[in-house]
Design a binder for this molecule. Sequence first.
Ligand code: SF4
Length: 313
Amino acid sequence: MPASDKALVFDIKRFAVHDGDGIRTTVFFKGCPLHCIWCQNPEGIRADRQVMYLKTRCIHCKTCENKAFGHQLTWVRDDPELNHKYYGTFDNLVKACPSGAIQYDSTAMTMEEILERIRDDKVFYRDNGGVTFSGGEPLQQGEFLIELLKRCKEEGIHTAIETSLCAPTELVMEAAPYLDQIFADMKFYNPQDHQKYTGADNRIIRYNIKMLLESEAKNRVTIRTPLIPTITALETNIRAIASYISSINPDVTYELLNYNDLAGAKYPMVGMTFGMPDNTRRFKAHEMKKYYKAAMDGGVRNLITETQVKGGK
Ligand code: SF4
């Protein structure tokens, strides 16, 4: 099947230093099969384009109120409240808003348009930088992604992916030869916990991890667990994940990502509710130690600790 002509991209971040080796351009693809309650990129979850309201840009001119059709918005105190259930486009409001406070969260881009953006940054990549594909779940637009990866490799560009691995195994294995770094999440060992907190069970993820860690790509893979307080950040969970991945490849690289306590700020922009309590905080350095110990007790020899961290979706 041919790849789609365009991919829906919700952000392109330049000069990223936490998404793989060196200085990178990170391309964020829309759409994710998981709905993790702590998701840092809620605008990346839905596969379709959504409208956003950026309160800090609003100059309260009420142009949008005058231009709105039907049930597109209601005016609440000093702000427009967009109706995210409205069945239709918001082109009229995006066009009318003079300050960019109302805008779409993503753009449909051709392969050439994305490549142009990557090429613009090539001078900064030097020896080990490059492009990272993130999301959302980049493999959700997998055929397009694989073609794009091939083009990047033809142009000598270092490539990385940040993936949930909740994707068909054929796609994962087809993409792997064109990837220099693969950052793959394993959030839970237990399928029921995975289902409860992400909306999907993890059998395909566990299988894809096994396939990757047994493949010729195994030395390019880093398995990651985001430490979500009281949810994934349990020593039993970390030990079980560590034991699973190290039983497949004793030299596997494993990374524990500290909680991002700024993630909740994006949710109101896209009309969503953050699933974590407001007072949830990152772990302090001394609190991380018990999780490192659990990982090593589970058999991991190559553990990336916070002071060594190079990545973080
Ligand atoms: S048109 Fe834009 S700037 Fe004016 S009130 Fe509406 S959102 Fe705010």
